[in-house]
Design a protein around this ligand. Structure first.
Ligand SMILES: C[S@@+](CC[C@H](N)C(=O)[O-])C[C@H]1O[C@@H](n2cnc3c(N)ncnc32)[C@H](O)[C@@H]1O
Length: 494
């Protein structure tokens, strides 16, 4: 749902930025990547290859993916992303004067708005939305499903999937859907947790495990597995995140082997009949269509075409889709949709329902925390899992495996010495999930808060500060001033 203000002066110009130092890649190397011994050539003309190699050196403006339970009134003209209508592109309207920025920085910058800080939207390359479209994250199909994002950080896709899982279905039933976001690299867990918390949902957990280890622990548990695989990242060259070596044959071969290992683990994690979404941000056929063929030939998967994506279908394999930087105003991406064959479905269903029985061993919050912050622990629909100096708060019907020690949850409180404080993630939860005092801020006070300043206030104690009923974070008032508890990484400076 969204409203878009249409500006009458639409002499808008799009702002594709020329990347400073991105080298043009050799045409031969790109051509070689687009060829497959097994599947043949992609029908890309020599002209196209030339345009493509030029286009990978241009950085496209991010698309705006609007949170499913929010509406946004954009001050500039927007148009939907064709393959994912839940997201829009925006035009830089030359007549638009940014009321929140100094004049010399004019123009609409979505990341510098209160709406962005309040979680109304997520900014990502439009190419990333192809995998979300293949997963039907903009429909009701994921509502109530148990979904795994196996390669999840920083959470660009996982946050979109989580919104779709936690969205009421057509009959208004919130369902018992749940997301597990896994990431192998420890330093990438914090941004992942932050981006999941921004959705307001509490129906997620996080693990930091190798895919094989995770498959040993949770075999056959997930209805849907998303493998947004580590890849040679040719589409990322424009963002300065990859060098031209990403077209080297040896790098591609290394990635192919790693992707197949991850796909074998994904297969073990999926319930029979479950859905696998495979995606990359590279052009190499060996990492894309050939991996789909690997799933069909070696793991006996069935391709599952996505009707809405037919305009982007790859000619090399079924149910496979591509976006190109020289055609689709994005960095470029690949996504495919497949299904694991059914086996003994009754047995699989039995195993899954076992897992939904909450563990009798689930811990409760330590008494010093409940004494210091009673309002955080008053909910009858949550249970609490302490770990070191942090307490996680899961919904009461979270799967049993969330009580395992290797599973992290939505954080609710953390400790400094003997003092417990409410966590930022707790403030962002949907208001009906957390019964805390709330203070509404006007635009001026909201900007003060977002830049880390204290807020004049007569209130006392912990408060969630809001702007237009959207939570921004915590402050603690002493009857005169509200101490700002917004984490540094969540601050927005004009
Ligand atoms: C393409 S990125 C994922 C982007 C993410 N899905 C998003 O939309 O924000 C691939 C991720 O896979 C992780 N990764 C690297 N090696 C891996 C492995 N062997 N198994 C699983 N994941 C791995 C990387 O750390 C990285 O976070």
């Amino acid at each position: 749902m969204r409203r878009s203000k249409s500006k009458s002066n639409s002499s808008a110009r799009s702002r594709s930025k020329q990347s400073k130092a991105a080298p043009l890649v050799s045409l031969d190397a790109i051509r070689a990547s687009l060829r497959s011994e097994k599947l043949g050539d992609l029908p890309i003309s020599p002209d196209d290859v030339e345009r493509l190699t030029h286009a990978v050196s241009i950085r496209h403006e991010n698309a705006i993916r609007i949170r499913r339970d929010r509406t946004v009134d954009f001050p500039v003209e927007t148009r939907p992303v064709p393959w994912y209508p839940q997201a829009v592109r925006y035009q830089q309207d030359v007549s638009y004067a940014h009321t929140e920025l100094p004049n010399d920085q004019g123009g609409y910058r979505p990341s510098k708005t209160i709406d962005y800080a309040a979680g109304d939207f997520y900014l990502q390359d439009a190419g990333s939305l192809l995998a979300l479209a293949a997963a039907s994250a903009d429909t009701h199909e994921l509502s109530g499903k148990t979904v795994l994002d196996l390669c999840a950080a920083p959470g660009g896709k996982a946050s979109g999937v989580l919104e779709a899982i936690d969205q009421s279905g057509p009959v208004g039933d919130r369902g018992r859907g749940f997301l597990l976001a896994n990431e192998t690299i420890g330093s990438r867990i914090a941004p992942l947790a932050y981006n999941l918390a921004r959705t307001g949902s509490d129906r997620y957990a996080i693990t930091n495990l190798d895919p094989d280890t995770l498959a040993d622990r949770l075999p056959g548990v997930f209805d849907v597995v998303l493998v947004d695989a580590p890849c040679s990242g040719q589409a990322m060259m424009a963002r300065g995140k990859q060098s031209a070596t990403s077209v080297s044959e040896s790098q591609i071969a290394t990635n192919v082997a790693r992707q197949q290992r991850i796909l074998r683990a994904a297969d073990r994690l999926l319930v029979p009949g479950g859905r696998l979404i495979y995606s990359t941000c590279t052009f190499a056929v060996a990492e894309n269509e050939e991996q789909v063929q690997f799933l069909i030939d070696d793991l006996d998967y069935l391709s599952t075409p996505v009707q809405r994506l037919v305009a982007h279908a790859s000619p090399l394999s079924e149910a496979s889709y591509r976006l190109w930087p020289h055609r689709d105003e994005c960095a470029g991406s690949f996504a495919a949709c497949l299904n694991k064959r059914e086996s003994d479905a009754a047995e699989a269903e039995h195993r899954r329902s076992d897992l939904w029985e909450r563990s009798k061993n689930a811990a409760t919050a330590p008494s010093d925390a409940t004494e210091q912050l009673p309002f955080l622990f008053a909910s009858a629909t949550m249970w609490y899992q302490p770990r070191d100096w942090i307490i996680d708060g899961f919904p009461h019907d979270a799967p049993a495996w969330t009580s395992e020690e290797y599973v992290l949850g939505p954080e609710i409180a953390h400790r400094t010495g003997t003092t417990w404080k409410p966590s930022h993630a707790a403030a962002l939860r949907h208001p009906h999930l957390l019964d805390a005092e709330r203070t509404e801020l006007d635009d001026h006070a909201a900007w003060m808060y977002l830049s880390g300043e204290a807020i004049p206030t007569a209130v006392r104690g912990w408060q969630i500060v809001e702007h237009n009923n959207r939570p921004l974070g915590w402050m603690k008032g002493d009857g005169r001033i509200g101490k700002n508890h917004l984490p540094t990484h969540a601050r927005v400076h004009r």
